[in-house]
Design a protein around this ligand. Structure first.
Ligand code: NAD
Length: 530
Protein backbone atom coordinates (compact mmCIF):
# COMPACT_ATOMS: atom_id res chain seq x y z
CA UNK A 1 0.00 0.00 0.00
CA UNK A 2 1.21 3.53 -0.78
CA UNK A 3 0.69 6.66 1.25
CA UNK A 4 1.74 9.77 -0.67
CA UNK A 5 4.96 8.67 -2.31
CA UNK A 6 5.96 6.40 0.58
CA UNK A 7 5.43 2.67 0.77
CA UNK A 8 3.45 1.66 3.85
CA UNK A 9 4.06 -1.94 4.84
CA UNK A 10 1.55 -4.43 6.19
CA UNK A 11 1.88 -6.10 9.56
CA UNK A 12 -0.06 -9.35 9.67
CA UNK A 13 -1.20 -11.81 12.30
CA UNK A 14 0.84 -15.01 12.63
CA UNK A 15 -1.08 -18.22 13.13
CA UNK A 16 0.21 -21.78 12.85
CA UNK A 17 3.35 -20.66 11.02
CA UNK A 18 1.48 -18.53 8.46
CA UNK A 19 1.06 -14.77 8.14
CA UNK A 20 -2.68 -14.16 8.09
CA UNK A 21 -4.68 -11.09 7.07
CA UNK A 22 -7.72 -10.02 9.12
CA UNK A 23 -10.84 -8.27 7.84
CA UNK A 24 -9.91 -4.83 9.23
CA UNK A 25 -6.75 -2.75 9.51
CA UNK A 26 -5.47 0.00 11.75
CA UNK A 27 -2.54 2.39 11.39
CA UNK A 28 0.85 2.00 13.07
CA UNK A 29 2.15 5.53 13.66
CA UNK A 30 5.74 6.70 14.10
CA UNK A 31 5.69 8.85 17.27
CA UNK A 32 8.67 10.92 16.10
CA UNK A 33 6.80 12.61 13.25
CA UNK A 34 3.23 11.28 13.27
CA UNK A 35 3.68 9.44 9.93
CA UNK A 36 1.94 6.13 9.22
CA UNK A 37 4.58 3.42 8.97
CA UNK A 38 2.38 0.37 8.55
CA UNK A 39 -1.17 -0.89 8.30
CA UNK A 40 -1.79 -3.54 10.91
CA UNK A 41 -4.17 -6.40 10.24
CA UNK A 42 -6.63 -6.76 13.11
CA UNK A 43 -7.60 -10.21 14.38
CA UNK A 44 -11.31 -10.73 14.98
CA UNK A 45 -12.68 -13.33 17.39
CA UNK A 46 -12.50 -16.11 14.84
CA UNK A 47 -8.81 -15.44 14.09
CA UNK A 48 -8.03 -15.38 17.80
CA UNK A 49 -9.79 -18.73 18.09
CA UNK A 50 -7.74 -20.11 15.18
CA UNK A 51 -4.55 -18.99 16.93
CA UNK A 52 -5.58 -20.66 20.18
CA UNK A 53 -6.52 -23.90 18.39
CA UNK A 54 -3.19 -23.85 16.51
CA UNK A 55 -1.40 -23.51 19.83
CA UNK A 56 -3.39 -26.39 21.32
CA UNK A 57 -2.52 -28.61 18.40
CA UNK A 58 1.19 -27.73 18.49
CA UNK A 59 1.21 -28.57 22.15
CA UNK A 60 -0.41 -31.96 21.63
CA UNK A 61 1.63 -32.85 18.56
CA UNK A 62 5.13 -31.89 19.37
CA UNK A 63 6.38 -29.06 21.53
CA UNK A 64 5.55 -30.16 25.08
CA UNK A 65 6.77 -33.68 24.21
CA UNK A 66 10.24 -32.56 23.17
CA UNK A 67 12.93 -33.19 25.76
CA UNK A 68 14.05 -30.25 27.85
CA UNK A 69 17.50 -30.17 26.25
CA UNK A 70 15.99 -30.04 22.77
CA UNK A 71 13.66 -27.18 23.69
CA UNK A 72 16.53 -25.30 25.34
CA UNK A 73 18.74 -25.73 22.26
CA UNK A 74 16.03 -24.22 20.05
CA UNK A 75 15.60 -21.27 22.41
CA UNK A 76 19.34 -20.66 22.13
CA UNK A 77 18.98 -20.69 18.35
CA UNK A 78 16.19 -18.16 18.70
CA UNK A 79 18.50 -15.87 20.68
CA UNK A 80 21.16 -16.27 17.97
CA UNK A 81 18.60 -15.51 15.25
CA UNK A 82 17.57 -12.29 17.01
CA UNK A 83 21.21 -11.22 17.06
CA UNK A 84 21.64 -12.11 13.38
CA UNK A 85 18.78 -9.71 12.60
CA UNK A 86 19.80 -7.22 15.29
CA UNK A 87 19.51 -4.15 13.03
CA UNK A 88 16.05 -5.15 11.77
CA UNK A 89 14.79 -5.50 15.34
CA UNK A 90 16.35 -2.18 16.39
CA UNK A 91 14.87 -0.33 13.40
CA UNK A 92 11.40 -1.80 13.93
CA UNK A 93 11.44 -1.00 17.66
CA UNK A 94 12.69 2.55 17.09
CA UNK A 95 10.09 3.28 14.40
CA UNK A 96 7.23 1.92 16.54
CA UNK A 97 8.17 3.46 19.89
CA UNK A 98 10.23 6.54 19.02
CA UNK A 99 12.86 5.42 21.51
CA UNK A 100 16.44 6.51 20.73
CA UNK A 101 18.34 4.08 18.54
CA UNK A 102 21.17 4.06 21.11
CA UNK A 103 18.75 2.86 23.80
CA UNK A 104 17.11 0.15 21.68
CA UNK A 105 20.59 -1.12 20.69
CA UNK A 106 21.87 -1.14 24.27
CA UNK A 107 18.76 -2.33 26.13
CA UNK A 108 15.74 -3.66 24.26
CA UNK A 109 17.15 -5.97 21.61
CA UNK A 110 20.08 -7.42 23.62
CA UNK A 111 17.67 -8.16 26.48
CA UNK A 112 15.34 -10.03 24.12
CA UNK A 113 18.17 -12.41 23.19
CA UNK A 114 19.28 -12.61 26.84
CA UNK A 115 15.75 -13.56 27.94
CA UNK A 116 15.75 -16.65 25.69
CA UNK A 117 19.24 -17.70 26.79
CA UNK A 118 18.50 -17.21 30.48
CA UNK A 119 15.41 -19.43 30.51
CA UNK A 120 16.92 -22.00 28.14
CA UNK A 121 19.81 -22.44 30.58
CA UNK A 122 17.63 -22.42 33.67
CA UNK A 123 15.15 -25.06 32.52
CA UNK A 124 18.00 -27.53 31.96
CA UNK A 125 19.29 -27.29 35.50
CA UNK A 126 16.27 -27.01 37.79
CA UNK A 127 15.03 -29.88 39.89
CA UNK A 128 11.91 -30.33 41.93
CA UNK A 129 11.19 -31.68 45.40
CA UNK A 130 11.51 -35.37 46.17
CA UNK A 131 10.77 -36.79 49.65
CA UNK A 132 10.98 -40.34 50.92
CA UNK A 133 8.35 -41.23 53.53
CA UNK A 134 7.75 -44.46 55.42
CA UNK A 135 4.35 -46.19 55.58
CA UNK A 136 3.14 -47.94 58.80
CA UNK A 137 3.64 -51.37 57.15
CA UNK A 138 7.33 -50.77 56.52
CA UNK A 139 7.24 -49.68 52.91
CA UNK A 140 8.85 -46.55 51.63
CA UNK A 141 7.02 -44.12 49.43
CA UNK A 142 8.83 -41.71 47.22
CA UNK A 143 6.89 -38.48 46.77
CA UNK A 144 8.18 -36.43 43.92
CA UNK A 145 7.05 -33.42 41.96
CA UNK A 146 6.87 -33.26 38.18
CA UNK A 147 6.76 -30.04 36.14
CA UNK A 148 4.08 -30.00 33.44
CA UNK A 149 3.34 -27.18 30.98
CA UNK A 150 0.16 -25.21 31.69
CA UNK A 151 -0.96 -25.42 28.06
CA UNK A 152 -1.82 -22.39 25.94
CA UNK A 153 -0.64 -19.10 27.45
CA UNK A 154 -2.25 -15.78 26.50
CA UNK A 155 0.40 -13.07 26.60
CA UNK A 156 -0.65 -9.40 26.55
CA UNK A 157 2.00 -6.70 26.53
CA UNK A 158 2.36 -2.88 26.54
CA UNK A 159 4.14 -0.45 24.24
CA UNK A 160 6.97 0.92 26.36
CA UNK A 161 9.50 -1.96 26.04
CA UNK A 162 7.65 -4.08 23.48
CA UNK A 163 10.21 -6.74 22.55
CA UNK A 164 11.92 -6.87 25.94
CA UNK A 165 8.67 -7.43 27.86
CA UNK A 166 7.22 -9.82 25.28
CA UNK A 167 10.28 -12.10 25.31
CA UNK A 168 10.41 -11.88 29.12
CA UNK A 169 7.18 -13.91 29.01
CA UNK A 170 7.54 -15.93 25.79
CA UNK A 171 10.95 -17.33 26.80
CA UNK A 172 9.95 -19.02 30.09
CA UNK A 173 6.57 -20.05 28.67
CA UNK A 174 8.25 -21.91 25.79
CA UNK A 175 11.02 -23.25 28.03
CA UNK A 176 8.34 -24.92 30.16
CA UNK A 177 6.80 -26.55 27.08
CA UNK A 178 3.78 -24.28 26.59
CA UNK A 179 2.49 -22.80 23.34
CA UNK A 180 1.63 -19.10 23.28
CA UNK A 181 -0.71 -16.62 21.66
CA UNK A 182 0.64 -13.11 22.06
CA UNK A 183 -1.27 -9.85 21.71
CA UNK A 184 1.24 -7.01 21.50
CA UNK A 185 0.18 -3.44 22.10
CA UNK A 186 -1.73 -1.88 19.20
CA UNK A 187 0.82 0.97 19.37
CA UNK A 188 3.84 -1.31 18.80
CA UNK A 189 2.97 -4.38 16.72
CA UNK A 190 6.21 -4.67 14.71
CA UNK A 191 8.76 -6.60 16.77
CA UNK A 192 6.33 -9.33 17.90
CA UNK A 193 5.70 -9.95 14.21
CA UNK A 194 9.39 -9.85 13.35
CA UNK A 195 9.99 -12.42 16.07
CA UNK A 196 7.57 -14.70 14.19
CA UNK A 197 9.90 -14.55 11.18
CA UNK A 198 12.80 -15.99 13.17
CA UNK A 199 10.78 -18.72 14.93
CA UNK A 200 10.96 -21.12 11.97
CA UNK A 201 14.69 -20.49 11.50
CA UNK A 202 15.21 -21.53 15.11
CA UNK A 203 13.24 -24.75 14.67
CA UNK A 204 10.24 -23.73 16.75
CA UNK A 205 7.34 -25.82 15.35
CA UNK A 206 4.38 -24.09 13.72
CA UNK A 207 1.67 -23.15 16.19
CA UNK A 208 3.96 -22.81 19.21
CA UNK A 209 4.22 -19.02 18.78
CA UNK A 210 1.21 -17.13 17.43
CA UNK A 211 0.58 -13.38 17.19
CA UNK A 212 -2.81 -11.68 17.06
CA UNK A 213 -3.08 -7.93 16.57
CA UNK A 214 -5.74 -5.59 17.85
CA UNK A 215 -6.93 -3.59 20.79
CA UNK A 216 -8.10 -4.39 24.33
CA UNK A 217 -11.81 -4.35 25.21
CA UNK A 218 -14.08 -6.15 22.71
CA UNK A 219 -11.05 -6.79 20.53
CA UNK A 220 -8.14 -9.25 20.30
CA UNK A 221 -7.04 -8.64 23.92
CA UNK A 222 -10.39 -9.50 25.43
CA UNK A 223 -11.08 -12.32 22.93
CA UNK A 224 -7.84 -13.93 24.08
CA UNK A 225 -8.35 -13.52 27.83
CA UNK A 226 -11.90 -14.86 27.76
CA UNK A 227 -11.12 -17.80 25.46
CA UNK A 228 -11.98 -21.04 27.29
CA UNK A 229 -9.00 -22.91 25.78
CA UNK A 230 -6.43 -20.40 27.04
CA UNK A 231 -5.01 -21.94 30.22
CA UNK A 232 -3.29 -18.89 31.74
CA UNK A 233 -2.89 -15.18 31.12
CA UNK A 234 0.25 -13.16 31.68
CA UNK A 235 -0.19 -9.42 31.34
CA UNK A 236 1.95 -6.31 31.61
CA UNK A 237 0.24 -2.95 31.47
CA UNK A 238 -1.83 -0.47 33.41
CA UNK A 239 -3.35 -1.39 36.74
CA UNK A 240 -6.90 -0.59 35.54
CA UNK A 241 -6.44 -2.92 32.57
CA UNK A 242 -5.35 -5.57 35.07
CA UNK A 243 -8.67 -5.05 36.88
CA UNK A 244 -10.60 -5.56 33.62
CA UNK A 245 -8.62 -8.69 32.68
CA UNK A 246 -9.07 -10.14 36.16
CA UNK A 247 -12.84 -9.82 35.79
CA UNK A 248 -12.73 -11.51 32.37
CA UNK A 249 -10.56 -14.46 33.41
CA UNK A 250 -12.61 -15.04 36.57
CA UNK A 251 -15.26 -16.79 34.48
CA UNK A 252 -12.83 -19.53 33.45
CA UNK A 253 -10.59 -19.48 36.58
CA UNK A 254 -7.30 -18.92 34.78
CA UNK A 255 -4.07 -18.28 36.67
CA UNK A 256 -2.80 -14.75 36.07
CA UNK A 257 0.55 -13.04 36.34
CA UNK A 258 0.20 -9.26 36.42
CA UNK A 259 2.99 -6.72 36.06
CA UNK A 260 1.19 -3.40 36.46
CA UNK A 261 1.77 0.31 36.98
CA UNK A 262 3.92 2.13 39.53
CA UNK A 263 4.47 5.47 41.25
CA UNK A 264 8.01 4.82 42.31
CA UNK A 265 10.08 6.76 44.82
CA UNK A 266 13.78 7.57 45.02
CA UNK A 267 15.18 8.52 48.45
CA UNK A 268 18.36 10.60 48.39
CA UNK A 269 20.34 11.00 51.64
CA UNK A 270 22.75 13.88 52.23
CA UNK A 271 25.68 11.43 52.47
CA UNK A 272 25.14 10.10 48.93
CA UNK A 273 27.84 10.19 46.29
CA UNK A 274 26.38 13.37 44.84
CA UNK A 275 27.48 13.11 41.23
CA UNK A 276 26.64 9.40 40.89
CA UNK A 277 23.27 10.04 42.48
CA UNK A 278 22.34 12.90 40.16
CA UNK A 279 23.31 10.77 37.16
CA UNK A 280 21.43 7.75 38.54
CA UNK A 281 18.34 9.78 39.44
CA UNK A 282 18.34 11.41 36.00
CA UNK A 283 18.28 7.94 34.38
CA UNK A 284 15.58 6.81 36.81
CA UNK A 285 13.35 9.76 35.90
CA UNK A 286 14.00 10.31 32.19
CA UNK A 287 15.08 7.00 30.60
CA UNK A 288 12.85 6.03 27.66
CA UNK A 289 11.18 9.46 28.07
CA UNK A 290 10.04 8.36 31.53
CA UNK A 291 8.05 5.50 30.03
CA UNK A 292 9.46 2.66 32.11
CA UNK A 293 7.23 1.18 34.80
CA UNK A 294 10.24 1.40 37.16
CA UNK A 295 10.89 5.12 36.59
CA UNK A 296 10.91 7.38 39.66
CA UNK A 297 8.20 10.05 39.61
CA UNK A 298 8.70 10.98 43.31
CA UNK A 299 12.12 12.01 44.59
CA UNK A 300 12.65 12.62 48.34
CA UNK A 301 15.87 14.48 49.17
CA UNK A 302 17.40 15.13 52.61
CA UNK A 303 17.03 18.84 53.34
CA UNK A 304 20.78 19.54 53.71
CA UNK A 305 21.31 18.93 49.97
CA UNK A 306 17.82 19.68 48.67
CA UNK A 307 18.50 22.97 46.81
CA UNK A 308 21.80 21.72 45.40
CA UNK A 309 20.18 18.48 44.20
CA UNK A 310 17.19 20.25 42.58
CA UNK A 311 19.58 22.57 40.76
CA UNK A 312 21.79 19.66 39.59
CA UNK A 313 18.84 17.55 38.34
CA UNK A 314 17.45 20.65 36.58
CA UNK A 315 20.81 21.06 34.85
CA UNK A 316 20.76 17.36 33.79
CA UNK A 317 17.19 17.64 32.47
CA UNK A 318 18.00 20.75 30.47
CA UNK A 319 21.12 19.23 28.97
CA UNK A 320 19.46 16.02 27.72
CA UNK A 321 19.61 15.82 23.92
CA UNK A 322 16.02 15.72 22.63
CA UNK A 323 15.63 14.87 18.99
CA UNK A 324 15.22 12.30 16.26
CA UNK A 325 15.28 8.71 17.58
CA UNK A 326 17.48 7.82 14.60
CA UNK A 327 20.24 10.17 15.71
CA UNK A 328 22.79 8.23 17.82
CA UNK A 329 23.28 11.28 20.07
CA UNK A 330 19.59 11.51 21.02
CA UNK A 331 18.85 10.77 24.67
CA UNK A 332 15.17 11.68 24.79
CA UNK A 333 12.67 10.70 22.11
CA UNK A 334 8.94 11.42 21.87
CA UNK A 335 6.12 9.93 23.91
CA UNK A 336 4.34 6.98 22.35
CA UNK A 337 1.25 8.70 20.94
CA UNK A 338 -0.71 11.91 20.54
CA UNK A 339 -3.17 10.61 23.17
CA UNK A 340 -0.38 9.94 25.65
CA UNK A 341 1.05 13.41 25.05
CA UNK A 342 -2.38 14.90 25.69
CA UNK A 343 -2.54 12.95 28.96
CA UNK A 344 0.96 14.19 29.89
CA UNK A 345 0.12 17.82 29.13
CA UNK A 346 -3.07 17.52 31.18
CA UNK A 347 -0.88 16.50 34.16
CA UNK A 348 1.46 19.42 33.45
CA UNK A 349 -1.60 21.74 33.66
CA UNK A 350 -2.92 19.93 36.74
CA UNK A 351 0.42 20.30 38.56
CA UNK A 352 0.20 24.10 38.16
CA UNK A 353 -3.43 24.08 39.35
CA UNK A 354 -2.39 22.00 42.37
CA UNK A 355 0.21 24.65 43.28
CA UNK A 356 3.46 23.19 41.92
CA UNK A 357 6.57 25.28 41.34
CA UNK A 358 7.89 24.48 37.84
CA UNK A 359 11.65 23.95 38.18
CA UNK A 360 12.05 23.18 34.49
CA UNK A 361 9.95 22.07 31.51
CA UNK A 362 6.18 21.78 31.60
CA UNK A 363 5.70 22.30 27.87
CA UNK A 364 6.48 21.09 24.37
CA UNK A 365 9.88 21.55 22.67
CA UNK A 366 10.08 23.21 19.28
CA UNK A 367 12.36 21.87 16.52
CA UNK A 368 11.38 23.86 13.42
CA UNK A 369 11.27 20.66 11.35
CA UNK A 370 9.22 17.44 10.85
CA UNK A 371 9.73 16.52 14.50
CA UNK A 372 7.23 19.23 15.43
CA UNK A 373 4.58 16.75 14.26
CA UNK A 374 5.96 14.20 16.74
CA UNK A 375 4.69 13.63 20.26
CA UNK A 376 7.47 15.31 22.25
CA UNK A 377 7.26 16.96 25.68
CA UNK A 378 9.93 18.69 27.73
CA UNK A 379 11.52 16.83 30.62
CA UNK A 380 9.87 18.36 33.66
CA UNK A 381 10.62 18.82 37.36
CA UNK A 382 8.23 20.15 40.00
CA UNK A 383 8.54 21.03 43.66
CA UNK A 384 6.04 22.33 46.20
CA UNK A 385 3.12 19.92 45.83
CA UNK A 386 1.29 18.39 48.81
CA UNK A 387 1.74 14.62 49.17
CA UNK A 388 -2.04 14.35 48.65
CA UNK A 389 -1.90 16.06 45.22
CA UNK A 390 -3.12 13.95 42.30
CA UNK A 391 0.19 14.54 40.48
CA UNK A 392 1.96 12.88 43.44
CA UNK A 393 -0.53 10.02 43.77
CA UNK A 394 -1.26 9.00 40.16
CA UNK A 395 1.04 7.30 37.67
CA UNK A 396 1.84 9.83 34.91
CA UNK A 397 4.28 7.71 32.86
CA UNK A 398 6.42 10.38 31.29
CA UNK A 399 9.65 12.39 31.80
CA UNK A 400 8.52 14.08 34.99
CA UNK A 401 9.23 14.04 38.73
CA UNK A 402 8.29 15.90 41.88
CA UNK A 403 11.08 16.59 44.40
CA UNK A 404 10.35 16.94 48.13
CA UNK A 405 12.72 17.70 51.05
CA UNK A 406 12.78 15.52 54.19
CA UNK A 407 14.46 15.81 57.60
CA UNK A 408 14.34 12.29 59.07
CA UNK A 409 14.75 8.79 57.65
CA UNK A 410 11.32 7.69 58.99
CA UNK A 411 9.65 10.66 57.33
CA UNK A 412 11.17 9.74 53.95
CA UNK A 413 10.12 6.09 54.36
CA UNK A 414 6.56 7.09 55.26
CA UNK A 415 6.25 9.40 52.24
CA UNK A 416 7.81 6.84 49.85
CA UNK A 417 5.35 4.19 51.09
CA UNK A 418 2.38 6.58 50.93
CA UNK A 419 0.98 5.07 47.73
CA UNK A 420 -1.28 2.18 46.72
CA UNK A 421 1.32 1.15 44.13
CA UNK A 422 4.30 -0.99 45.17
CA UNK A 423 6.59 -1.68 42.24
CA UNK A 424 10.09 -0.23 42.79
CA UNK A 425 12.23 2.17 44.83
CA UNK A 426 15.83 3.38 44.86
CA UNK A 427 17.88 4.49 47.87
CA UNK A 428 20.94 6.69 47.48
CA UNK A 429 23.41 6.77 50.40
CA UNK A 430 27.04 5.87 51.15
CA UNK A 431 25.92 4.50 54.53
CA UNK A 432 25.35 0.90 53.47
CA UNK A 433 23.82 -0.05 56.80
CA UNK A 434 21.17 2.58 56.24
CA UNK A 435 20.81 1.57 52.59
CA UNK A 436 19.91 -2.00 53.54
CA UNK A 437 17.72 -0.90 56.46
CA UNK A 438 15.65 1.52 54.38
CA UNK A 439 15.43 -0.96 51.49
CA UNK A 440 13.83 -3.47 53.88
CA UNK A 441 11.20 -0.88 54.83
CA UNK A 442 10.05 -0.22 51.25
CA UNK A 443 6.68 -1.76 50.39
CA UNK A 444 7.72 -2.63 46.86
CA UNK A 445 8.76 -5.64 44.83
CA UNK A 446 12.24 -4.35 43.96
CA UNK A 447 14.54 -1.85 45.70
CA UNK A 448 17.88 -0.65 44.36
CA UNK A 449 20.61 0.83 46.54
CA UNK A 450 22.89 3.29 44.70
CA UNK A 451 21.73 2.05 41.30
CA UNK A 452 18.57 1.68 39.23
CA UNK A 453 17.23 -0.82 36.67
CA UNK A 454 20.12 -3.24 37.28
CA UNK A 455 18.62 -6.68 36.80
CA UNK A 456 19.70 -10.25 37.29
CA UNK A 457 17.11 -12.25 35.36
CA UNK A 458 17.13 -15.00 38.00
CA UNK A 459 15.72 -12.77 40.76
CA UNK A 460 12.01 -12.22 41.42
CA UNK A 461 10.38 -9.32 39.62
CA UNK A 462 6.91 -7.96 40.30
CA UNK A 463 4.92 -5.56 42.38
CA UNK A 464 2.78 -5.23 45.46
CA UNK A 465 -0.65 -3.60 45.78
CA UNK A 466 -1.81 -1.96 42.54
CA UNK A 467 1.52 -2.87 40.91
CA UNK A 468 0.75 -6.50 40.29
CA UNK A 469 0.13 -10.09 41.23
CA UNK A 470 2.83 -12.75 41.29
CA UNK A 471 6.51 -12.74 40.50
CA UNK A 472 8.35 -13.47 37.27
CA UNK A 473 12.10 -14.02 36.82
CA UNK A 474 14.18 -17.17 37.22
CA UNK A 475 12.40 -19.96 39.10
CA UNK A 476 9.43 -17.67 39.72
CA UNK A 477 8.68 -17.62 36.00
CA UNK A 478 9.07 -21.39 35.72
CA UNK A 479 6.69 -21.81 38.64
CA UNK A 480 4.07 -19.66 36.96
CA UNK A 481 4.38 -21.21 33.49
CA UNK A 482 4.16 -24.80 34.69
CA UNK A 483 2.07 -26.94 36.99
CA UNK A 484 4.04 -28.88 39.55
CA UNK A 485 2.14 -32.09 40.23
CA UNK A 486 2.96 -34.71 42.83
CA UNK A 487 3.33 -38.38 41.98
CA UNK A 488 3.90 -41.11 44.53
CA UNK A 489 5.55 -44.48 44.15
CA UNK A 490 5.64 -47.23 46.76
CA UNK A 491 8.73 -49.40 46.95
CA UNK A 492 10.43 -51.84 49.31
CA UNK A 493 13.67 -51.17 51.18
CA UNK A 494 15.32 -53.88 49.07
CA UNK A 495 14.64 -51.89 45.93
CA UNK A 496 17.44 -49.55 46.92
CA UNK A 497 20.02 -52.21 46.25
CA UNK A 498 18.87 -52.32 42.63
CA UNK A 499 19.44 -48.62 42.23
CA UNK A 500 15.73 -47.86 41.97
CA UNK A 501 16.12 -44.83 44.18
CA UNK A 502 18.42 -43.32 41.64
CA UNK A 503 16.08 -44.07 38.74
CA UNK A 504 13.21 -42.50 40.61
CA UNK A 505 15.27 -39.41 41.40
CA UNK A 506 16.05 -39.04 37.69
CA UNK A 507 12.35 -39.02 37.00
CA UNK A 508 12.05 -35.91 39.15
CA UNK A 509 14.31 -33.96 36.82
CA UNK A 510 11.47 -32.81 34.66
CA UNK A 511 11.70 -35.38 31.87
CA UNK A 512 8.50 -37.20 32.78
CA UNK A 513 8.35 -40.81 33.89
CA UNK A 514 6.52 -44.04 33.26
CA UNK A 515 6.04 -47.36 35.00
CA UNK A 516 8.11 -50.42 34.09
CA UNK A 517 9.60 -53.56 35.69
CA UNK A 518 13.00 -53.95 37.30
CA UNK A 519 15.35 -56.09 35.22
CA UNK A 520 16.79 -57.72 38.37
CA UNK A 521 13.76 -58.52 40.56
CA UNK A 522 10.84 -57.91 38.19
CA UNK A 523 9.15 -55.57 40.70
CA UNK A 524 7.21 -52.61 39.32
CA UNK A 525 9.32 -49.46 39.30
CA UNK A 526 9.26 -46.05 37.72
CA UNK A 527 11.65 -45.24 34.92
CA UNK A 528 12.99 -42.02 33.62
CA UNK A 529 11.55 -41.63 30.12
CA UNK A 530 14.85 -41.99 28.25
P1 NAD B 1 -2.44 -0.82 28.76
O1 NAD B 1 -2.92 -1.51 29.98
O2 NAD B 1 -3.24 0.30 28.22
O3 NAD B 1 -2.27 -1.87 27.56
C1 NAD B 1 -1.47 -3.02 27.68
C2 NAD B 1 -2.00 -4.11 26.78
O4 NAD B 1 -3.29 -4.53 27.26
C3 NAD B 1 -2.20 -3.68 25.34
O5 NAD B 1 -1.78 -4.74 24.51
C4 NAD B 1 -3.70 -3.48 25.24
O6 NAD B 1 -4.24 -3.64 23.95
C5 NAD B 1 -4.21 -4.56 26.18
N1 NAD B 1 -5.55 -4.35 26.75
C6 NAD B 1 -6.12 -3.17 27.09
N2 NAD B 1 -7.35 -3.39 27.61
C7 NAD B 1 -7.54 -4.74 27.60
C8 NAD B 1 -8.62 -5.58 28.00
N3 NAD B 1 -9.74 -5.09 28.54
N4 NAD B 1 -8.48 -6.92 27.85
C9 NAD B 1 -7.34 -7.43 27.32
N5 NAD B 1 -6.30 -6.68 26.91
C10 NAD B 1 -6.39 -5.35 27.05
O7 NAD B 1 -0.94 -0.37 29.09
P2 NAD B 1 0.02 0.48 28.17
O8 NAD B 1 -0.51 1.88 28.12
O9 NAD B 1 0.27 -0.25 26.93
O10 NAD B 1 1.39 0.44 29.03
C11 NAD B 1 1.71 1.35 30.04
C12 NAD B 1 1.40 0.76 31.41
O11 NAD B 1 2.11 -0.46 31.58
C13 NAD B 1 1.88 1.64 32.54
O12 NAD B 1 0.90 1.64 33.55
C14 NAD B 1 3.13 0.95 33.04
O13 NAD B 1 3.48 1.22 34.39
C15 NAD B 1 2.77 -0.48 32.83
N6 NAD B 1 3.96 -1.33 32.78
C16 NAD B 1 4.24 -2.15 33.82
C17 NAD B 1 5.39 -2.93 33.81
C18 NAD B 1 5.75 -3.85 34.95
O14 NAD B 1 6.64 -4.67 34.78
N7 NAD B 1 5.10 -3.74 36.10
C19 NAD B 1 6.25 -2.88 32.71
C20 NAD B 1 5.92 -2.03 31.65
C21 NAD B 1 4.77 -1.26 31.69
Amino acid sequence: MRQGSRRVKSILNYINGQFVRGKREFADVNPADGSVIAQVSEADESLVDQAVQAARKALRDEWSRLGVRDRAARLHKLADAIETRFDDFVQAEVADTGKPVALASRLDVPRAAANFRAFADLIKTVGLECFSTETPDGKNALNYAVRKPLGVIGIITPWNLPLLLLTWKVAPALACGNAVVVKPSEETPATATLLAEVMTEAGIPNGVYNVVHGFGPESAGEFLTRHPDVNAVTFTGESQTGVAIMKTVAATVKPVSFELGGKNAAIVFADCDFEDTVNGASEAVFLNTGQVCLCAERVYVERAIFSRFVEALKHKAESLTIGSPLDRATELGPLISAAHREKMLSYYRLAREEGATVVTGGGVPEFGNALDKGFYVQPTIYTGLAESARCVKEEIFGPVCHIVPFDAEEEAIAMANGTRYGLAASIWTTNLKRGHRVAQEMNVGITWVNCWFLRDLRTPFGGMGLSGIGREGGMHSLNFYSDATTDRQLFHQSDRSHGHGQVLAMACGGEGASAGRCCTCDRAVLWARH
